[in-house]
Design a protein around this ligand. Structure first.
Ligand SMILES: *Cc1c(COP(=O)(O)O)cnc(C)c1O
Length: 376
């Protein structure tokens, strides 16, 4: 199955095979060595090896987002959440769940952040932290985190970046991208299995964290970090085989190299997007805002179209597509992350063409004159 959903992404056969290992107790020293190697490699992906570390959690990506917010924003602090999609909204929901003082700077789903509005917000209220999503996977928009971090730092706020679906896909340098806490998981562009998520931050920042009563017991960065440092074990049972797969995925990442991985993803995007537009599909966002890791396309307005019929016909041909999330206009989403090549994208386009014909979806859109952004 070719997965065009935004993670868990397709993995290589060698990553899958890495899970088949002899049984081992995760409290053995050998497993501790593996954990520390994985942790250090995760930091090396964003070039923070001399200054930064990663705090690992068992759980999907949201676990690490929750850990970062719950561990970093002190009771005396205040969080500003930048929202322009479902994952920004989720960060605000996490802050609300913990009763953390926060404000939402809500641009609207799929609207590019206006930095002047951010500046006004930062000038009008004192924030200890600003939270932003790098690649807003609900629309495929790449947010300008460097600029946002720059303005936030100028006002004395630390920056929490959800880089779930950009980490290892796009080049990120932890020392220059502006993230004080950077979050991702094992099953997106790093191409491992689902089950581990992590927060990368400086050792200096970790040293300044203090326990906060009333926050999460399990998703506690300080406690989790200390335990691994001191005991060379995870505090709670890790998904053993997922860690082996992640270790292999990291080896394969470094063998491919960040530059080549990004280049492959972008080549996937070019093939996919060119073909989709040639078939008449329109994008939600203009070219300049695209992550080129996931793209939202407007759903056809043809009466024969339904997402489930479209999805099921493609699924029968070996492809999984993903529904839209939150945008005012109805969309479906195609990701091009994972162990995929332009040839896979070409095979998908052939399948889409067949589905469009079989379901009788032409013309895709009724308002033939109306074009998507930048004419597509
Ligand atoms: C995938 C994703 C998450 C985490 O989702 P989980 O289902 O918890 O893994 C969070 N933020 C973004 C931007 C994502 O793409």
């Amino acid at each position: 199955m070719i997965l065009l959903n935004p993670g868990p992404a397709n993995t290589t056969p060698t990553v899958k095979q890495a899970m088949t290992v002899a049984d081992i107790c995760p409290r053995e020293a050998d497993f501790g060595d593996l954990l520390l190697q994985v942790r250090d490699d995760l930091v090396r992906v964003v070039q923070g090896e001399d200054t930064h570390t990663a705090v690992l959690f068992c759980g999907s990506g949201t676990a690490a987002v929750e850990a970062a917010i719950a561990s970093a924003v002190a009771p005396t602090g205040r969080l500003l959440v930048i929202e322009n999609g479902a994952y920004g909204t989720r960060m605000a929901a996490i802050a609300a769940a913990y009763g953390i003082a926060h404000d939402r700077l809500d641009y609207g789903v799929g609207t590019y952040p206006d930095l002047q509005r951010l500046e006004t917000q930062l000038a009008g209220q004192r924030y200890s932290h600003v939270a932003v999503v790098h690649h807003e996977t609900s629309t495929g928009m790449l947010n300008p985190i460097e600029h946002i971090a720059d303005r936030s730092h100028a006002h004395g706020a630390k920056v929490i970046v959800d880089a779930m679906s950009s980490y290892a896909g796009l080049p990120l340098d932890i020392r220059s991208c502006g993230a004080d806490l950077l979050i991702s998981s094992s099953n997106k562009c790093i191409q491992g299995m689902a089950g581990i998520s992590f927060v990368i931050c400086s050792r200096e920042l970790l040293d300044c964290l203090a326990p906060i009563p009333g926050r999460s017991y399990y998703l506690n960065m300080l406690q989790q970090h200390r335990y691994l440092e001191e005991q060379r074990q995870m505090q709670f049972t890790p998904p053993v085989q997922v860690v082996y797969a992640l270790s292999q995925a990291l080896k394969e990442f470094f063998a491919e190299g960040q530059t080549a991985r990004t280049k492959r993803y972008f080549a996937n995007f070019e093939t996919l997007d060119h073909g989709m537009r040639a078939l008449g599909f329109r994008r939600l966002l203009p070219e300049g805002q695209l992550s080129r890791i996931l793209t939202a396309y407007l759903e056809p307005s043809h009466p024969n179209y339904s997402f489930s019929a479209f999805h099921d016909d493609l699924y029968r041909q070996g492809f999984t597509i993903y529904p839209g999330k939150g945008a005012a206009e109805r969309t479906f989403r195609l990701a091009n992350m994972g162990d995929l090549t332009p040839a896979d994208m070409q095979a998908f386009l052939t399948a889409v063409q067949r589905t469009v014909t079989e379901l009788g979806l032409q013309p895709l859109y009724h308002d033939r004159d109306r074009q998507g952004p930048d004419g597509h």
